[in-house]
Design a protein around this ligand. Structure first.
Ligand code: GUN
Ligand code: FE
Length: 419
């Protein structure tokens, strides 16, 4: 029998980035986890179904975080005066090594998952650590939560402290073990995750590319984030045309669905390759600022038609809540436009789109309430003085800017209400 779910409230989402679709006081019907329609008056056939009536509250698509590191959760807001390579060496690797300890992994990943779900992220592309056992713990915890995620064991076989790297064989063996164990999961699935080019040998990248191809798995990594990093990649891979080419040569650049975080300093040829291979780029505004990497030329990429989502990049970014990333995206685009007036700042609907449908597309049909999309939704409550005084778009903007998990009163993934 069909599983029918009906919510009533003020429904807002973005079909296209340029404007919000707004349905005041309406019903949204989900059948078998997918949106069937939005109605002002409930059709006859649903008249005997129960309705979750949320009154004047807002109903919006769940947030999608296309890039964050679960194993860096404790480090949020720490080491923020460093730049990338120093930050990794002085803080990050020391913390990530702790996830070899399963008890530690359980404790921290549970806190991480609670916080992620509380803040309305219902789909996420997540880096765990290089520990296979630790990563397995994260799979189990997120399965329990009921959200959608791609989780990657982080592959590294050089240029990091000894306690962090594995041999190429160990790294591949652990990765394949997790793939075999979780590849048929419905919501929480494996993703191939070379940390970034500098901590990978050619051989590791080659074998990861083979795994991606063999199991038809998506890929995530970091790309062109920081000037020192880019120079280092040039030294390590003198035969590659550019940073993107390192991944592309090894079938890790769009040969299967691929997300690349940051992509701040792409050369012209790289941008063309990103577009040709339909690689999705992830804008991580807080991280761009915190580790002083630079600012992704987002408007330029949007004009070119690249596929883009948003990432908190915990712990390069300090806030796990994706509404913060949506706001910071707008703020950074304004700063960039002061210097470069040809780059128009993003509107609220454009940034909201990136944090919902833009990133959601990586998970299939999610991030929107169009017919046939997975019903992934948040119910937002604001106070009655605000609700009485402002229109729905203003209220959504206000939630994005000043709201937090306390304003989210219900969460649904594929038509199931989360506990
Ligand atoms: N590049 C390689 N590793 C990392 C990481 O952990 N965080 C960020 N922001 N960039 C990276
Ligand atoms: Fe990152």
């Amino acid at each position: 029998m069909d599983k029918i779910l009906i919510l009533k409230g003020n429904i807002i989402f973005t079909r296209t980035a340029d404007r919000f679709e707004v349905y005041q006081d309406s019903y949204i019907v989900s059948v078998d986890g997918k949106v069937e329609g939005i109605y002002k008056v409930l059709p006859e056939k649903y008249i005997n179904c129960t309705v979750d009536d949320y009154g004047g509250r807002l109903i919006i698509p769940g947030f999608v975080d296309l890039h964050l590191h679960a194993a860096q959760f404790l480090q949020c807001g720490i080491g923020m005066t460093k730049q990338l390579l120093e930050w990794l060496n002085d803080y990050t690797f020391n913390l990530e090594k702790e996830f070899q300890n399963v008890e530690f992994a359980k404790e921290v990943y549970t806190k991480f998952a609670d916080k992620l779900v509380a803040n309305g992220t219902l789909r996420a592309c997540i880096f765990a650590s290089s520990s296979t056992k630790g990563t397995e713990v994260l799979f189990e915890i997120l399965k329990e939560k009921g959200i959608g995620a791609y989780i990657g064991k982080v592959n590294m076989d050089r240029n990091a402290p000894d306690f962090m790297i594995e041999t190429t064989e160990e790294s591949i063996k652990g990765t394949e073990y997790l793939i075999e164990k979780y590849k048929d999961e419905k919501l929480v699935k494996p993703i191939i995750t070379p940390r970034f080019a500098p901590t990978s040998t050619d051989e590791l990248l080659e074998k990861l590319g083979e795994l991606a191809k063999k199991y038809v798995l998506p890929v995530q990594s970091h790309l062109s984030e920081n000037i020192d990093e880019i120079n280092w990649v040039r030294e390590l891979y003198p035969d590659s045309n550019h940073y993107s080419d390192v991944y592309n040569k090894h079938l890790l650049f769009g040969q299967t669905p691929t997300v690349m975080a940051h992509a701040i300093y792409l050369e012209k040829d790289e941008i063309e390759l990103v577009k040709r291979n339909s690689v999705t780029l992830v804008h991580c505004p807080d991280s761009n600022i915190n580790v002083r990497s630079g600012i992704m030329p987002l408007r330029k990429y949007l004009n070119i038609g690249l596929s883009i989502g948003l990432g908190s990049d915990i712990a390069g970014g300090h806030k796990i809540a994706l509404n913060e990333a949506i706001v910071r995206t707008i703020q950074l685009s304004k700063l960039l436009s002061m210097d470069q007036p040809e780059y128009e700042p993003l509107s609220v609907s454009e940034s909201f789109y990136l944090g919902t449908k833009g990133g959601g597309t990586f998970f299939g049909k999610t991030g929107s309430f169009e017919e046939g999309y997975f019903f992934d939704a948040l119910v937002i409550e604001d106070n009655s003085i605000i609700a009485d005084r402002y229109g729905l778009e203003d209220r959504l903007e206000r939630f994005l800017y000043v709201g937090d998990d306390r304003n989210i009163c219900a969460r649904y993934v594929e038509g199931n209400k989360l506990k």
